[in-house]
Design a protein around this ligand. Structure first.
Ligand code: SAH
Length: 462
């Protein structure tokens, strides 16, 4: 079936819906949203429909359907469970050249109702021509996830400025360039951040200024621990818009696959012993690409602000006047705990969680061991695989019980996740026995024992 796509202006126009059940109810809502005058013909109707009638928002006709009602309407929706009646309605509509939608019957319908992504005034309608409504729904869900809610505001802003933009850029090519920058640049970014006033100012400024070099921006995105399902919708949108992606080596291939096909992907990140140069390189790359007008995503494992040097990167960007945004990610402690079945807090066992890094000797010396050894708290130790011995002796020396349970989660949330459990006294020996490798997170505290009972993902804990 080849359909001609059409957006109908139903404002103030009459539409007849025959049928008063939940299906009719579902059909009525978008008609009302479009401003149609809805008449519902049904002997019996749902409470919601009766309610709408009581509020005067629809007209409810309980009488027997009369053919001449069709003369006053623009569209007909047949939403009864009576097949014969539906068929008759379709035929009557056809004779009168009124478009009819027969619910769940593509062949009887002369118009279809698409799956809709609503970013009013922007509307995206999807149809499979009746071939596969479920596929249309799936695509709708994908687009829903992909398209930022602020797009509607962006469309409305464009409408408000349309005349002024046309006057300033009378030539089509110039106008295209201007809109391109408006829809993908700082104005769109300000709307995403909820700064409508500033977006308005930025639009005025862009119009006043002579055409200038486009400015790029950087979005710091937390990629989560590995499972691509743990990426946020906002993170996904940023990946879809990125021209350049600077990603840590820890970021999983599955997450990277979600990015725009033609985005340039550059692996950056730590190799042992080269930390300073590496961080400088990252800064240089961000600056270079942003200055050449690119939308850069700086993609980091977990959350960018948890042991991720996100703060330093923002300070650098601020210093160089590059616009930025931050999208949080699911940090390793939250992900590993969830995927190992370990609640980080628990009314009986732990009232506090401490995120700690045991990265190198200096930072270990700076740790507050006495505080870390306290009972009734959970420790989540990042980058600790190489320092388990120091952790074990330090915590025990400061009074943490040798029988305190631990869980080491290696490759948390990934297909090859391993969970090793035991007690503090045995931490070093069991990590060695199971050859635990980075990335691994140590969870220490009474809650760690719950992994044995509550585990649900990947291999059973050992
Ligand atoms: N910003 C990141 C942490 C970076 S530090 C975050 O918020 O998660 C790197 C450390 O994080 C690793 O040494 C390890 O301890 C931990 N880590 C990151 N991803 C992990 C994963 N999938 N499984 C286990 N630990 C992980």
């Amino acid at each position: 079936m080849k359909l001609y796509p059409l957006f109908a202006n139903l404002d103030g126009r009459r539409v007849l819906v025959v049928g008063g059940g939940v299906v009719a109810e579902r059909k009525v809502a978008p008609l009302l949203a479009a401003g149609a005058q809805v008449i519902v013909a049904a002997a019996a109707s749902t409470p919601a429909l009766r309610n709408l009638a009581a509020q005067g928002r629809i007209e409810l006709r309980p009488d027997e359907f009369e053919v001449n009602w069709l003369d006053a309407v623009w569209l007909l929706v047949a939403a009864t469970s009576d097949q014969a009646l539906n068929r008759r309605l379709a035929m009557l509509a056809e004779q009168r050249r009124i478009f009819v939608n027969v619910v769940d019957d593509a062949t009887l319908s002369s118009f279809h109702v698409p799956a809709v992504v609503d970013r009013a005034p922007l509307t995206i309608a999807i149809s499979s021509g009746g071939a596969a409504p479920m596929l249309a729904r799936l695509i709708r869900e994908r687009l829903e996830a992909l398209l930022d809610p602020s797009l509607g505001l962006l469309a409305a802003l464009a409408a408000r400025w349309r005349e002024r933009i046309r006057a300033r850029h009378p030539d089509l090519a110039g106008r295209r360039r201007f809109y391109g920058a408006l829809f993908t640049g700082p104005v769109a970014a300000l709307l995403r951040r909820g700064r409508s006033g500033q977006a308005e100012q930025a639009t005025a400024q862009a119009l006043a200024e002579p055409p200038q070099m486009t400015v790029g921006s950087v979005v710091l995105v937390g990629a989560g621990p590995g499972d691509p399902g743990l990426l946020t919708l906002r993170g996904l949108r940023a990946l879809n818009e990125a021209d350049v992606i600077l990603h840590d080596r820890l970021v999983s291939a599955e997450v990277l696959e979600l990015a725009r096909r033609d985005a340039v992907r550059i692996a950056v990140g730590k190799e042992a012993g080269r930390h300073h140069t590496v961080q400088d390189d990252i800064h240089r790359l961000m600056l270079e690409h942003a200055r050449s007008g690119k939308r850069v995503v700086r993609l980091k494992g977990g959350d960018p602000f948890v042991f991720g040097r996100g703060g330093e990167e923002l300070e650098f960007l601020r210093r160089h006047g590059i616009a930025y945004e931050v999208v949080p990610g699911i940090t390793a402690a939250l992900a590993c705990a969830a995927y190992a079945g370990i609640p980080l807090t628990h009314r009986r066992h732990a009232q506090a969680v401490r995120l700690v890094t045991a990265h190198c000797r200096d930072s270990l010396d700076a740790l507050d061991w006495a505080a870390m050894a306290q009972e009734r708290q959970t420790l989540a130790v990042y980058m600790g695989v190489g320092e388990l011995e120091t952790l074990q002796t330090g915590l025990m020396a400061h009074g943490r019980a040798p029988e305190t349970p631990f869980a080491l989660i290696e490759n948390g949330s990934r297909a090859d996740q391993r969970v090793i459990t035991g007690t503090l006294a045995d931490l070093v020996a069991s990590a060695a026995r199971h050859a635990v490798h980075s990335p691994a997170l140590l969870i220490l505290g009474d809650v760690a024992a719950l992994a044995q009972r509550l585990s649900w993902f990947g291999a059973e804990p050992v």
